[in-house]
Ligand binder design. Structure first.
Ligand code: NAD
Length: 343
């Protein structure tokens, strides 16, 4: 039986999750929901996704000439799982509505952690989240940090992490904020909230982060300093990362890629839809090991990195798969994700 999935909010994240759900053979996309009759609503209809709207917005959509399949309540009554991809903080307001319909819930990282029973990352805590009523897929930066930390932790043990996050100023579609001609302390206080967010999944970890926002829309870049439980060699680290799911390793000297602009251009050249790079990208040239310390640069495509984890979170709440390795394999095959060296 296929699990019936509804998506509330069809913006940057929601539209990508809708496409990803449509590609899974154990899921059925019941519909997507929007409040405004804009170009994204038109795109949903053009892509053949049943479009639902809150009952008090039916008239607005009718006036705009956009065909709707029904109301948000009707969509929720047909679903087993709702993925909330509304703007940060709005999901919490919808939670009572979802609860009324008895659907399982997957929220995004813009919500406070307490919105759901657990914060989620497949590589870190899949088994602990099986069958929960609600999960929160952590933000793009936190997902990037957790992928590398949990991959390294399983192999060598991680004692502490210090990280600097260089954040994109805005998403490419935005025209109300950024990019600005500045480097903004984002936030000014140290440590930044990103480390605390990592701890919602790994409460035992000693982690501190700092973040600045810069005038770009393409990707985030992280600099990490990881203290390991034991001394390892650079080859040991590369050996583990080469086989870690959802991580690709780029050689700047071998490929000429030493910027987010070139990474995005490569994704375009490969014909990736929307130039998405849901894989975490590590720069091989930056990987440095000194005793039990590991240093590296990594890049995070903020618009797409959380998509595979959302698919796994649906499988976790619906208990479609108990083995994290199997859901990763299934999701990544359907989405065409790579691991190992960028080639
Ligand atoms: P977005 O603004 O691109 O999309 C939000 C969608 O929700 C739009 O379709 C909008 O029409 C709809 N919406 C707005 N108000 C609504 C309401 N009251 N009820 C129902 N729908 C409403 O936002 P996004 O970037 O996709 O972010 C969604 C969530 O994903 C947030 O929690 C965000 O923090 C998180 N997230 C965003 C990114 C990113 O880089 N954009 C990355 C990871 C996680």
């Amino acid at each position: 039986m296929r699990v019936r999935v509804a998506i509330n909010g069809f913006g940057t994240i929601g539209k990508r999750i809708a496409d990803a759900v449509s590609l899974q053979d154990d899921m059925e996309l019941i519909g997507v929901s929007k409040t405004r009759p804009n170009y994204e609503a038109l795109a949903a209809v053009r892509r053949g996704y049943p479009l639902y709207v809150p009952a008090d917005r039916l008239e607005v959509f009718e006036e705009a000439g956009i065909r709707v399949a029904g109301t948000l309540d009707e969509m929720l009554s047909k679903a087993d799982v709702v993925v909330d991809a509304t703007p940060g903080g709005v999901g919490a307001k919808y939670k009572p509505v979802y609860e009324e319909h008895g659907v399982k819930m997957v929220f995004q990282g813009g919500e406070k952690a307490h919105v759901a029973e657990a914060s989620f990352n497949t590589l870190c805590n899949y088994e602990e989240t099986l069958g929960k009523q609600s999960l929160r897929v952590v933000s793009c930066n936190t997902t990037g940090l957790l992928r590398i930390i949990c991959s390294i932790h399983k192999a060598f043990g991680v004692k502490a992490v210090r990280a600097v996050i260089v954040r994109r100023g805005a998403d490419p579609k935005e025209n109300k904020r950024g990019p600005i001609n500045s480097i903004v302390l984002n936030p000014p206080r140290l440590p930044s909230h990103h480390g605390e967010d990592v701890k919602t999944v790994l409460p035992w970890l000693d982690i501190m982060t700092a973040a600045v926002a810069v005038p770009t829309t393409l990707m985030h870049v992280h600099f990490l300093n990881v203290k390991l439980e034991k001394r390892v060699s650079r080859e040991d680290v590369l050996g583990v990362l080469e086989n870690s799911p959802r991580i690709v390793i780029a050689s700047a000297s071998g490929t000429g890629i030493q910027s987010t602009a070139e990474l995005v251009e490569y994704a375009r050249d490969l014909g990736r839809a929307r130039y998405d790079l849901p894989e975490l990208v590590l720069w091989e040239d930056s990987i440095t090991v000194a005793g039990n310390e590991l240093l590296l640069f990594q890049a995070v495509h903020q618009e797409s990195i959380v998509v595979p984890e959302n698919i796994d979170a649906i499988r976790a709440v619906a208990k479609l798969e108990t083995d994290p390795a199997k859901t990763i394999e299934k999701t990544d095959k359907a989405l065409g994700l790579r691991r190992g060296w960028l080639s």
